[in-house]
Write a protein that binds this ligand. Structure first.
Ligand SMILES: O=C(O)CCC(=O)C(=O)O
Length: 213
């Protein structure tokens, strides 16, 4: 199935293919990533307090990526992730150099509202996201409080591929809320392009960010 485009206000859009992977392929990939990726639950600082992220994460990429006041050090791609990166680049026509994976062990694990608007993702980041395992709600809402009634709730299905593009990271926030009735786990694999200039002073490239994800 080709991508369907959901156009949001402010030159923001989401392309969605609900069945990019067949069920069998999705299951195989899920199992392979559970094995290949080094999963951890990492502490982050939110409003000066250290808390554990409410999910597991893993990552790979050739340059550091800083978010939520933490820096993910460069880490090589395993063979499964590397093959997946190539496939995602081919189908989207986009170039990525960083993969961040979120593993929601059940419906209690979640991700708070945030935008992937770190300066090192550039002015209009395009982020691809593949969902494996349980289907979960994905909530998009405009950043200005007075426009929050325009929120959009999508269901991200197993095997689906989404690309967030245009100015979405600047005008909108997104979240994966708790769904306490969901018992099964879900892995989301996100692909980003980090603009990395090793010659630049780290402080300028990575100003500290206040947001939790
Ligand atoms: O799990 C998801 O679908 C969302 C992931 C996400 O928002 C992120 O990695 O920034």
């Amino acid at each position: 199935m080709p991508f369907e485009r959901l156009t949001l206000g402010g030159n923001a859009w989401v392309d969605y293919d609900g069945s990019w992977l067949s069920y069998e392929h999705m299951k195989r990939l899920h199992r392979a990533l559970v094995e290949e990726v080094a999963w951890s639950q990492r502490p982050i600082t939110v409003f000066g307090k250290e808390v554990l992220q409410p999910r597991l994460i893993g990552w790979a990429g050739l340059c550091p990526y800083r978010y939520s006041n933490q820096t993910l050090a460069p880490k090589p791609y395993g063979p499964v992730l590397h093959a997946l990166l190539r496939d995602i680049q081919a189908v989207t026509g986009l170039e990525f150099n960083h993969v961040l994976l979120n593993r929601y062990r059940n419906g209690s694990d979640h991700m708070g509202p945030h935008a992937d608007d770190e300066p090192e993702l550039g002015p209009s980041p395009q982020i691809a996201a593949l969902s494996l395992g349980a289907s979960r709600k994905f909530v998009l809402e405009p950043k200005p409080k007075k426009l929050r009634h325009r929120k959009v709730v999508m269901s991200l299905e197993p095997g689906s591929l989404m690309v967030m593009g245009g100015r979405i990271q600047h005008g909108w926030r997104h979240a994966v809320p708790k769904q306490l009735k969901v018992e099964n786990e879900r892995i989301n694999v996100t692909f980003r392009k980090v603009i990395y200039d090793p010659g630049q002073a780290p402080k300028r490239l990575y100003p500290s960010g206040p947001k939790e994800k």
